[in-house]
Ligand binder design. Structure first.
Ligand code: 13P
Length: 258
């Protein structure tokens, strides 16, 4: 069975003391018994990872994630952080291919594919983000766009490696805009992605892959998104910066409402 996951992508927000307070509030308020089946991931800025790893160390449902990594293991790449460094800080996940990396830092699927491999070599589970821009949806190209993103970055992975991945569908027009994809729009793309995975790796792998939705998910729309059969949780930006909102989204997972 695929795992329900809610991940908080803090992006370039919080100074160290704010990050500590946020992580401590989440740890204090999280009722682990309610989310027995789920994983919760916190992805703070690199500079706060080590401190946050100490705060969440004894909460077995809370995992640490990086927001990016470099494709090389080490070397003269000023300002960059490798997958091995993230792993040594206690991270078990890394967000790769976020649309902000694609848009502002020129990342393409070939490069993101290399980062995915670097992450896997270092025992990090990639959260691979993909999604169409507004103009692509408006001309009905969204299925082609996400299909191309999956194929170029991921589909030459071995099945055993692909199974370590989490996929996050984040329509670019919904990120930070307050405009959420409707549950039906999101479900349609998630089902399409699962079918692509089934065609490439078989039904069992498709059934086991967690596909998260991201883009203006909030406490008041999370439950209806998470109720869709192919939406296995969320990758949360803005609403992950307040412990109460983030946890309300966590508790909107169907497994936490039973
Ligand atoms: P928002 O939740 O702020 O729209 O951001 C979504 C996102 O980009 C998560 O990675």
């Amino acid at each position: 069975m695929r795992k329900p996951i809610v991940a908080g992508n803090w992006k370039m927000n919080t100074n160290l003391s704010e990050a500590v307070a946020l992580a401590e509030n989440i740890v204090r308020q999280l009722n682990v018994a309610r989310i027995d089946k789920a994983d919760i991931i916190l992805a703070p800025p690199f500079t706060h990872l080590y401190r946050v790893s100490e705060i969440i160390a004894n909460k077995h449902k809370l995992h640490l994630g990086g927001q990016n990594c470099h494709q090389e293991a080490n070397g003269a790449y000023t300002g960059e952080v490798s997958a091995g460094m993230l792993r040594s800080l206690g991270a078990s996940y890394v967000i790769l291919g976020h649309s902000e990396r694609r848009q502002y830092f020129g990342e393409d699927d070939v490069l993101i594919g290399q980062k995915v491999r670097a992450a896997l070599e270092n025992n990090l589970r990639p959260i691979y983000c993909l999604g169409e821009k507004l103009e692509e949806r408006e001309i009905g190209k969204h299925f082609n766009v996400v299909s191309q993103q999956m194929q170029t970055a991921l589909f030459d992975l071995e099945e055993a490696d692909f199974r370590k991945l989490v996929i996050a569908y984040e329509p670019v027009w919904a990120i930070g805009t307050g405009k959420t994809a409707s549950p039906a729009q999101a479900q349609e793309v998630h089902a399409f992605l699962r079918e692509l995975i089934a065609k490439r790796y078989g039904a069992a792998t498709a059934e086991n892959t967690s596909i998260l939705y991201g883009g203006s998910a909030k406490p008041d729309n999370a439950a209806e998104l998470f109720d869709q059969p192919d939406i296995d949780g969320g990758l949360i930006g803005g609403a992950s910066l307040k412990a109460e909102d983030f946890l309300a989204i966590v508790y909107a997972l169907p497994c936490a409402r039973r």
